[in-house]
Write a protein that binds this ligand. Structure first.
Ligand SMILES: [Zn+2]
Length: 413
């Protein structure tokens, strides 16, 4: 029996159902915030499954949880696969969790099929990918890859002022695992992450497997406008310095400037604040956030220039400035891993297409360390970060089958 044949659709589906109970919401989604009691419960469940199969587990100082299936050469660099178990507050059952469970299913399938690999094959649940409780997101993989400092991240506080280090200590108490001391991170041979697409392209194109070529880059900004508070009833237009009116002029021009013909650039204003926030006072201050994404850095650069020009040109009679908060460069996955994913999908006769990832994933950080790639499967109507997120058992199993074959090939190189 090959590894792919040993993937069990029913087992993989049941594992999703079991995990969905931890932080499950009445609408069928999950609320499993990073380093919460629900997160700890998920860690314990994964660990119990791992122990039952005789796999070893360990965690690191940022809370990444690893499961290891030994290879015939234990000293050889491991092949790693996984994703995350935390969720958005109104998250779905599959975002992240599927990548962890597919990786674990791959380990089980190798065990069931009696496949020996030269390299160890490992599954990982990266800590705090969503970044909804503790920011930034993709924190566990970023620290693992040396992109963020452990001490800085341990000091991050959540919305209640709780330090991440305290939440992590609570989680480790509730879900104990052998600790790999010191700075997180160790050498890897390669990394493959499986994920639901979180967009509608595979479904629209009627393909089962997305061969992910890279992850688009993103830049975030905050625009601040400042005018002057005034009486809403008595102040004529000519005397107003309405900070919100300036913000809307700037925003409208930005929507226009970022509407590219091929619909690749993503531009979102997701949060607006108006001060003092009184119905009968002309706003003296306003701010809004911008999230802009594209697979090519030069395009992001060019549009950033446009945003700066708009802020300068449209603020009067108010003043305005734009601050860049973060810039994440696009990720190009390793050509050999991309080709391997496509070849294995073809061998398994699974329809597939090459595509970039619209969302960020832990793989963007790990791709800086070793050859990396991703495998997507469809999710219903492309809906994600939503309690109604859904995927079919057959598609989830298909992704896991491709993963097993890819991992075996990588682990025997
Ligand atoms: Zn995710």
């Amino acid at each position: 029996m090959s590894g792919a044949n040993a993937v069990r659709e029913d087992r993989l589906w049941q594992r999703h159902a079991d995990m969905a109970k931890l932080g499950g919401t009445p609408k069928g989604g999950v609320n499993r915030q990073a380093l919460s009691p629900e997160d700890a419960a998920a860690r314990n469940l994964l660990a119990s499954w791992a122990k039952a199969r005789g796999f070893s587990i360990f965690t690191d100082m940022i809370g990444n949880l690893f499961v290891r299936r030994e290879g015939s050469e234990p000293a050889a660099l491991p092949v790693l696969s996984g994703s995350h178990m935390d969720s958005q507050p109104t998250g779905g059952r599959f975002d992240g969790m599927y990548g962890v469970l597919a990786a674990f299913e791959a380990l089980e399938a190798l065990e069931d099929a009696g496949v020996t690999t030269r390299r160890p094959v490992m599954a990982v649940a990266w800590s705090n990918e969503e970044g909804s409780r503790f920011q930034p997101g993709a924190m566990g993989s970023a620290v693992f890859a040396g992109r963020n400092k452990l001490e800085d991240m341990l000091a991050v506080k959540d919305w209640d002022g709780m330090a991440l280090s305290d939440a992590l200590a609570d989680t480790m108490k509730a879900a104990p695992a052998p600790m790999r001391e010191g700075n997180p991170g160790f050498p890897l041979d390669s990394y493959v992450e499986v994920h639901i697409e979180q967009g509608p392209r595979l479904e629209n194109e009627r393909k089962i497997i997305g061969v992910v070529t890279g992850i688009q880059g993103s830049r975030r900004y905050i625009v601040h406008t400042e005018g002057e508070e005034a009486h809403a009833g008595t102040t004529p237009r000519a005397n107003r310095k309405d900070a919100f009116a300036a913000a809307t002029r700037i925003a409208a021009a930005m929507y226009e400037a970022t509407a590219d013909a091929d619909d690749t650039l993503r531009f979102t204003i997701g949060r607006v604040e108006v001060h003092p926030g009184s119905p009968n006072t002309v706003p003296g201050k306003a701010s809004f956030t911008i999230d802009m994404r594209h697979p090519q850095d030069v395009v992001l650069e060019a549009h950033e220039k446009k945003l700066l020009d708009i802020v300068a040109a449209r603020a009067a009679p108010c003043i305005a400035r734009i601050d860049r908060v973060t810039a994440v460069a696009p990720t190009d996955f390793d050509r050999r891993v991309i080709d391997l994913v496509r070849a294995k999908a073809d061998t398994l006769k699974l329809s597939n297409m090459d595509m970039p990832s619209g969302a960020g994933h832990d793989a963007m950080h790990i791709a800086k360390l070793c050859p990396a790639g991703m495998i997507f499967v469809p999710c219903e109507r492309g809906v994600s970060h939503n309690e109604s997120e859904n995927a079919t058992p057959a598609d989830l199993a298909a992704g896991a089958r491709v993963l097993v074959e890819v991992l075996v090939e990588l682990a025997n190189r």
